[in-house]
Design a protein around this ligand. Structure first.
Ligand SMILES: O=C(O)CCC(=O)C(=O)O
Length: 218
């Protein structure tokens, strides 16, 4: 992947996009899957693809799965691993700040790839994704900033990141990125919700990772 990430658009029909958006706006989730921030706002819904078929179907999208297989250089069946839905709340809601996914699970970056799907248009104002090109080549950095979500989650200080690129994208868009790539989002300072999902693609046969929600795709 050039610079550690690639962007895909045109992977779902308009009809499917609208139907997923409607689902996002509904009160679909189990309370046990919700993680709140320190201001009581919803930060994420865990087990997104494991527990909610609409999101499973999105991860199972033919174009996304084919792209993941190409990046992982495999024809094997894939699993969707550690899936999350981020219904970034208006007026200050957050999802993640700068971090490396692989800080948390220490897998092989040739064997797992991250994918984030933006269902709404994203901008600096409503919490677009930011990436540090080529940062996946530099190993895992220290994550020293306390998060607003849980004591197990930490962020990388912005001053330790050179040349952050803001990916202001038209939704729906999918961003694939190396699990070592530094990335994160702005807060949502708009008046509307900003919906995204994220997960890892991993070969079904690969159990060389820490336990996490996972489900086989077909
Ligand atoms: O899409 C988002 O809001 C955050 C995605 C992300 O950084 C992650 O899941 O690690």
């Amino acid at each position: 992947m050039k610079e550690g990430y690639s962007i895909i658009s045109n992977f779902i029909s308009k009809k499917e996009h609208l139907s997923v958006l409607d689902y996002c706006k509904s009160d679909f989730y189990n309370q046990s899957d919700v993680e709140y921030d320190n201001k009581g706002r919803v930060n994420k819904i865990k087990n997104a693809c494991l527990n909610y078929t609409t999101f499973y179907n999105l991860a199972n999208n033919k174009i996304l799965v084919a792209h993941a297989k190409k990046l992982l250089n495999t024809t094997d069946t894939l699993d969707c691993y550690i899936s999350k839905f981020f219904p970034m709340e208006p007026n200050g809601g957050t999802s993640t700040f700068l971090h490396q996914d692989n800080y948390y699970f220490r897998g092989d970056n040739n064997k797992i790839v991250s994918c984030a799907v933006y269902l709404t248009n994203t901008s600096k104002k409503n919490g677009c994704l930011r990436v540090v090109p080529n940062s996946h080549k530099k190993g895992i950095l220290e994550h020293t900033i306390e998060s607003n979500v849980s004591k197990y989650i930490k962020w990388i200080p912005e001053e330790n990141c050179d040349n952050i690129v803001d990916l202001e994208l038209e939704g729906p868009s999918a961003v694939f990125f190396d699990i070592n790539l530094i990335h994160g989002c702005y807060s949502n300072n708009s008046e509307e919700y900003r919906y995204s999902l994220a997960w890892e693609y991993i070969e079904t046969s690969n159990n060389n990772v820490v336990p996490g929600d996972r489900i086989t795709l077909h």
